[in-house]
Design a protein around this ligand. Structure first.
Ligand code: NAP
Length: 239
């Protein structure tokens, strides 16, 4: 059995990534925070060939407990693909931003990268094969007003991707990022798509599946010589 862990796999981009990795032959560990109904829908979409794994990616103790428990029950096996996808938005102008809006966004993207990657990296190195894909954002490349927290988190995630890639390349572990633009999921609910799409050369928001197919490629053997890279999936909305 080959295992892949997708954080935030219950909805949106993470769900589409679970489906893609299942098609690629992985048993998918579907992480989520609290929406068990949605996580079970993802599990049904992959024919039940996965495992629900709820934990808060921002909580180091919870991450460690859950992944240690899994490792204890799967001696000799390891997670060979990790997709750090879970994320939240708490948009506000910095002048009005509350401390918890800053901390929660940083914890869920950047802190989570540390918590979850640390927990699965060593077995990848020992087995001399692994794929880590981080879901960043256009906001982390360009910076967007109203998102100093989110831009900082995603920009940090991109820099961490590049640094870790160089640490582990010799062990055949690749570390890459995708940077979606506007993708139609719960996260962009409330945004004015009619207005925003005027600025997108492709003239529309993207789909979760369009992001998942890039994540799938970066997770595949075909991408073995690509590492430390950031691939934008944004319909031409370049910075
Ligand atoms: P979404 O539809 O809002 O789904 C978010 C997912 O993350 C859910 O599965 C949620 O679990 C999970 N999650 C949130 N906080 C968590 C935590 N503390 N621990 C574990 N899981 C947690 O979001 P999305 O649009 O698919 O976004 C996925 C990723 O793409 C995020 O990193 C986001 O920043 C990035 N992104 C999205 C867009 C876009 O336009 N949609 C653009 C650029 C980047 P529950 O279901 O349990 O709540």
């Amino acid at each position: 059995m080959k295992y892949a862990l997708v954080t935030g796999g219950s909805r949106g981009i993470g769900r589409a990534v679970c489906v893609k990795l299942h098609e690629m032959g992985y048993h998918v560990l579907i992480n989520y925070l609290s929406n068990e109904t949605a996580a079970k829908e993802t599990l049904a979409l992959i024919g039940g060939e996965g495992t629900l794994m709820p934990f808060d990616v921002g909580n180091a103790d919870a991450v460690q407990a859950s992944l240690q428990d899994w490792a204890g029950k799967h001696p000799g096996e390891y997670i060979e693909v990790l997709v750090n996808n879970a994320g939240i938005r708490r948009d506000n102008l910095l002048i009005w931003m509350e401390r918890n809006e800053w901390d929660s966004v940083l914890d869920t993207s950047l802190g989570a990268f540390f918590n979850v990657t640390k927990a699965v990296l060593q077995p990848m190195l020992l087995h001399k094969f692994g794929r880590i894909v981080n879901v960043a954002s256009l906001s982390g490349i360009k910076g967007l007003p109203g998102q100093t927290n989110y831009s900082a988190a995603k920009g940090g995630l991109i820099a961490a991707t590049k640094a870790l890639a160089q640490e582990v390349a010799k062990k055949r572990v690749t570390v890459n990022a995708v940077a979606p633009g506007f993708i139609r999921t719960d996260m962009v609910e409330g945004l004015n798509e009619e207005e925003l799409r005027k600025d997108i050369p492709a003239g529309r928001f993207g789909t979760a599946e369009e992001v998942a197919s890039v994540v799938g490629f970066l997770s595949s053997a075909d991408a073995s010589y690509i590492t430390g890279e950031v691939i934008s999936v944004n319909g031409g909305l370049y910075t």
